[in-house]
Write a protein that binds this ligand. Structure first.
Ligand SMILES: CC(C)(COP(=O)(O)OP(=O)(O)OC[C@H]1O[C@@H](n2cnc3c(N)ncnc32)[C@H](O)[C@@H]1OP(=O)(O)O)[C@@H](O)C(=O)NCCC(=O)NCCS
Length: 156
């Protein structure tokens, strides 16, 4: 049974080791302890952990600002992948948008990240823009994807 935990300054110490382990196993240029701390201190930023029993299997970071949601980061522990956990996180972010009357969601994803792109497409995200050589580590393009829940334009 999966559930969501809101990671805040109150429970950061409890979860940050698990988050950093997943981060280091998931990204070529992982965020640091300080990067995550900056996020939970940022009033527009939201960090959710996905809990199974007592352990944190993945997390999502997203911003809510100017009536939009930007998904910043999603990762699932390699040993817990392909069980729908990322889709559970995305589903709950989209529901948060719906419940709060937020009409637009967007994100950036590496061009080569077919698994993530496919997940976002399942929720209706579509490519709207490409940022050439956006990622400094691999010089890879970023694909900007958006999901419009209500009719309005987003500013990126
Ligand atoms: C991307 C990531 C978050 C997905 O997490 P996850 O919990 O395994 O995802 P889910 O189980 O919800 O969904 C995985 C989907 O990818 C599919 N998939 C798995 N391996 C695949 C592959 N090699 N090629 C294509 N699709 C694949 C699965 O079949 C599943 O789709 P389905 O439900 O339609 O069958 C995880 O792989 C990860 O942490 N990657 C590293 C960090 C990352 O890239 N984050 C995204 C940044 S935008």
């Amino acid at each position: 049974m999966s559930s969501l935990a809101v990671i805040s300054q109150g429970n950061y110490a409890l979860h940050i080791a698990d988050i950093l382990e997943i981060e280091n196993l998931s990204f070529p240029t992982p965020w640091s302890y300080e990067s995550f701390l900056e996020e939970i201190r940022n009033p527009v930023s939201h960090l959710w952990g996905i809990m199974e029993d007592e352990s944190l299997s993945g997390y999502a970071c997203f911003w809510i600002f100017h009536s939009e949601i930007q998904i910043i980061n999603i990762a699932v522990h390699p040993s817990k992948r392909n069980r729908g956990l990322a889709q559970f996180l995305v589903d709950n972010i989209v529901k948060t948008a719906t419940f709060n009357g937020i009409g637009a969601l967007w994100l950036e994803v590496r061009e080569s990240n077919h698994i993530a792109k496919r997940i976002y497409e399942k929720f209706g995200f579509r490519e709207i823009h490409r940022r050439r050589h956006y990622y400094r580590d691999t010089r890879e393009d970023a694909i900007v994807m958006s999901l419009m829940l209500f009719e309005r334009r987003i500013a990126i």
